[in-house]
Design a binder for this molecule. Sequence first.
Ligand SMILES: NC(=O)c1ccc[n+]([C@@H]2O[C@H](COP(=O)([O-])OP(=O)(O)OC[C@H]3O[C@@H](n4cnc5c(N)ncnc54)[C@H](OP(=O)(O)O)[C@@H]3O)[C@@H](O)[C@H]2O)c1
Length: 272
Amino acid sequence: MPSYLITGASRGLGFEFLRQLSNDSKNTVIGLVRDKKKADDKVAKELNRPNVHIVEADMNNYDTLKTSADKVSRILGGKLDYLIANAALMSQWSAFDPLGALGGEPQKLSQDILDTFSTNVLGNIHLFNVYVPLLQKGDGKKVLTITSGAGDIELVNQIGYSGGAPYAISKAAMNMVTAKYNAQYAPEGILFFGISPGVVNTSEGNVEPTPEQLEGIAEMVKRFQIHEPNFNSFLTPEESVKTVLSIFDKASLKDGYGGGFVSHLGKGEKWL
Ligand SMILES: NC(=O)c1ccc[n+]([C@@H]2O[C@H](COP(=O)([O-])OP(=O)(O)OC[C@H]3O[C@@H](n4cnc5c(N)ncnc54)[C@H](OP(=O)(O)O)[C@@H]3O)[C@@H](O)[C@H]2O)c1
């Protein structure tokens, strides 16, 4: 009975992980969310499966993460096989403008960077620390961080893309966090690694983008095409999660995945 814990399971890729993994009734799949009532309603309406559980926690609040681990432990009998660290904050304010322009509002920039770092980096560090004891007792022993090509320095240098810096900084930092956890836990057989899901349309239910945001997206796509000239459309969550899970299933310490990060297309492949 493999067990999975997915953070950020309320929507987007996280909900799609919940959906695809719970398709197999042998899996027990737990979604970590900020608003349990809302997520329970969505799960009841769209999935209605006995192998799905929703537990509440905020990535910015250590105590809620610790309490969630106690709840998950009770559901799973003290052990967890697989953890997918998917939750992240993607600030709209800093999504497209370069740091030099955002610096026109220094306090706002400080707060944006701190908020992004708190959720995307520190939150995952606390998450790993409270869940490692369960993973140590589990059989799967894999921890996947959903990272991004945005955190790849070589890509940024290749395409010269200056937008979304706070988010990119957090993803690059998280890649190092993954390497550090791998250094600590690979000797006891736990694999920590990252996969970028590609560029995915997870905007369902969001408000319509403003003209400035559309302009920002167009510029970003133009830059992405320097890396992959054939890039012209976003993946659906279903397509992305399918490819991520196929890599996740086969990835192992033995095959050199430990501490690294790969694209949804696999090791050494492009980000798009
Ligand atoms: N979409 C893409 O093209 C793309 C590309 C590269 C990488 N990624 C990565 O893929 C992952 C999922 O992206 P997505 O597009 O599905 O994002 P999304 O639709 O914006 O969903 C983000 C999820 O993270 C949760 N979250 C945010 N802050 C949280 C907090 N403080 N505590 C708990 N949960 C929190 C959100 O919960 P609420 O519902 O409560 O807000 C939501 O479930 C992220 O790690 C992202 O960086 C995405």
